[in-house]
Design a protein around this ligand. Structure first.
Ligand SMILES: Nc1ncnc2c1ncn2[C@@H]1O[C@H](COP(=O)(O)OP(=O)(O)O)[C@@H](O)[C@H]1O
Ligand SMILES: [Mg+2]
Length: 342
């Protein structure tokens, strides 16, 4: 594992010592195990019975339309939900239950073991502080006792790692002086600063043009490959998933309706929603207009009786309005559908 190797001088090994106590007791290769996660706002269910695992070194994708519960699921992974949310089930990070962790353990997870790029991270960069001041503060908060000089060197190294060609200049800049792509690189650098084992990036490419989008995806792919860390990318765009993910969970109406390795998901989708999503992707080299999915995504609702996709589904059968089937396991994944594609 290459994790931390580059940063021996700037405190990477120290970081390993800090997290090793918290993270003791590894049993297998699953770094993160989510079991039957549900999140409610009062009587409304934003997330219902979500389960998945992310292995060490794996690049995992969460894809779904706006409102399908992606961000709420992601925030549950670090137990950082709106105060009105009530979560149940479990989120095990290295066997530690994040949803029931103490304040101290949570701070360790959030600031150190898990690096999180929030959906609005770029907008949340503070306009009145330089990038350098913000990265130095983030590092000093994650690694108590470190000097400003060391923190600044680490910030410089990280900006170089995320592909910023003149890190010194970037450190001295204010957010408004940087392009959108550079700011996205800066917030990824900030998520990496504590040398995390898992990086979660919520829609990190949404606001970027296609060329910069590709560069940011390549950057994340490089981070996973070079550091041996795991990553979860959250996106509404299956094209993004195709570029970087090893495995994908498709969200609809707060549930995972299909999960498979990326190749299988694209070559043999089983759930009609996954198939419709694939049909809505623009196809390279054709002039065929992509097919939009008819109807609208479901509103957050009280019950989870019927399949949430049933009103929009061309393959719907009477039982689909009666009950959502449990996971049906297939060779390369699982899906929840009464009338799957062959
Ligand atoms: N603070 C909140 N209060 C009430 N409902 C919320 C809150 N945050 C999110 N939701 C609802 O939870 C559902 C899932 O939201 P979210 O996870 O942000 O979706 P996504 O990231 O997939 O677009 C949505 O219906 C949203 O309206
Ligand atoms: Mg979101």
């Amino acid at each position: 594992m290459t994790r931390g190797g580059r940063y021996a001088v700037t405190g990477g090994s120290n970081q390993a010592a800090v997290t090793s106590g918290l993270l003791a007791g590894v049993r297998d290769t699953a770094l993160l195990r989510v079991e039957d996660l549900s999140v409610r706002f009062g009587t409304l269910r934003a997330v219902s019975g979500v389960s998945f695992e992310v292995s060490k070194g794996e690049f995992f994708g969460i894809v779904g339309e706006s409102g399908s519960g992606k961000s709420i699921t992601a925030r549950s992974l670090i137990n950082l939900l709106p105060s009105s949310a009530v979560a149940s089930g479990s989120v095990l990070f290295r066997e530690q239950d994040v949803l029931r962790a103490s304040g101290k353990d949570l701070r360790s997870l959030r600031g150190r073991a898990i690096g999180f790029v929030f959906q609005d991270a770029v907008a949340a960069l503070d306009p009145v502080y330089t990038i350098g001041a913000q990265l130095v503060e983030a590092y000093m908060a994650s690694t108590p006792g470190v000097s400003v000089g060391v923190a600044r060197r680490r910030a410089n190294d990280l900006l170089a790692e995320v592909g910023i060609s003149d890190p010194e200049r970037c450190l001295a800049s204010y957010p408004h002086q940087l392009s959108g792509g550079m700011k996205q690189r800066v917030v990824i650098a900030a998520a990496l600063i504590s040398d995390p084992e898992l990086i979660i990036a919520d829609e990190p490419t949404t606001a970027l043009d296609v060329t910069i989008q590709r560069q940011v995806l390549e950057l994340l792919q490089g981070v996973v490959a070079n550091r041996g860390v795991s990553a979860i990318i959250i996106t509404h765009d299956l094209g993004v998933v195709a570029e970087v993910c090893d495995r994908v969970a498709v969200f609809y109406g707060g549930m995972i309706i299909e999960e498979a390795d990326t190749e299988t998901l694209f070559s043999r989708p089983r759930h009609p929603y996954t198939s419709a999503l694939l049909d809505s992707l623009p196809k390279l080299g054709t002039r065929k207009a992509f097919k939009a999915i008819p109807g609208a995504p479901p509103k957050i609702s009280k019950d989870v009786g019927s399949c949430p996709f049933q009103p929009r589904c061309a393959r719907a059968m009477p039982e689909c309005s009666a009950a959502m089937p449990p996971d049906i396991w297939a060779d390369a994944g699982r899906f929840r559908c009464h009338n799957p594609l062959p």
